[in-house]
Write a protein that binds this ligand. Sequence first.
Ligand code: NAD
Ligand code: DAU
Length: 352
Amino acid sequence: MILVTGGAGFIGGNFVLDWLSDAATEGIINLDKLTYAGNLETLDSLKNDSRHIFVHGDIGDKELVSKLLQEYKPRAIVNFAAESHVDRSIHGPAEFVQTNIVGTFNLLECAREYWNSLEGVAKDKFRFHHVSTDEVYGSLTVTDPAFTEKNAYEPNSPYSASKAASDHLVRAWFHTYGFPVVTTNCSNNYGPYHFPEKLIPLVILNALNGKPLPIYGDGQQVRDWLYVGDHCSAIRKVLEAGKLGETYNIGGWNEKANIEVVNAICRILDELKPRVDGKSYAEQITYVKDRPGHDRRYAIDASKVERELGWRPTETFDTGVRKTVQWYLDNPVWIEGVVSGSYRDWLQKQYN
Ligand code: NAD
Ligand code: DAU
């Protein structure tokens, strides 16, 4: 078995589905706190799959995590569990410190104790894979080279600071205790099951609902976009062949300004589901107040993982974003399930 944390969230959910889509693979214990971002409907297709064991709980719960490790004896842990939304971290950083830092610390300590109890091949083969972000490297100018694994950490938001802290803990557990870790730092994911607080799904749903498409500041902030299926294959590759103690940047080689992303979504929607008045969805674009401390540009140099492990993304932005828009058009039931009262409260708070 492997233990996945945060496997009811966007990337974790995609990873669990992807992993178990191979009938021959081992099972997953999926530990998730089911915060507003966790959604069991994402995992609906696994209801009758005995290889998926879902456990509702917190990575910060020492007793629970230790019990799960002793009971299921996983050969690896993949840690996705986190508070992940930058805007929410600005409104309320405490949960980010709790889960991303204290929670990761607890997970590391429980896992180290478990690993110490293993022997022989089981001990040698054990892996702790920590999923992190490119945001830990801070912000680039338009002309700076893309982030490599050698860039200094310069986090600028409560979210990225909390992720940076967790990365440092993971690193220290390797150097101090010889605990077998690998870390991946990836760029902006997008794809199916993405909670619509983030730019791409928010824009798709707002467009279809006739609402404004909010662009922070001048819309010229640049992100690198990674299709979530590509991210899952990268994690599998690093888990299988990554060198212990190493970090790997994972990116899509798809740098885009936010306004370009939003215009691309509008163009696809104009084609697939034209507005009844015949106008473009781009008419709904609305410039709003900028995010405080908004990082200008992220760009990932993903050549190390390609050179050393032979991984490269398969989707371009054009193919990935088209699949994503189509997925949201085809899955109204999933969408209905996530746009609850608490989601509407968040939109009210953030966009007034
Ligand atoms: P998400 O917010 O969609 O999902 C997070 C999941 O973790 C949810 O299911 C939530 O219920 C669970 N969770 C939160 N706190 C928990 C706790 N204390 N114990 C157990 N479970 C808990 O996040 P995501 O976008 O899927 O991101 C997954 C990971 O990837 C995070 O670590 C994030 O920092 C990292 N990451 C995300 C992106 C991205 O573009 N989404 C990019 C780079 C890195
Ligand atoms: O870079 C990796 C990070 O990508 C992950 O670590 C985070 O977990 C993930 O949430 C994401 O962070 P961003 O802040 O880049 O993603 P978000 O979708 O919130 O915003 C993308 C860009 O779009 C960012 O420049 C802010 C802008 N934006 C966002 C929203 C929600 C808008 O212009 N309007 C919006 O309404």
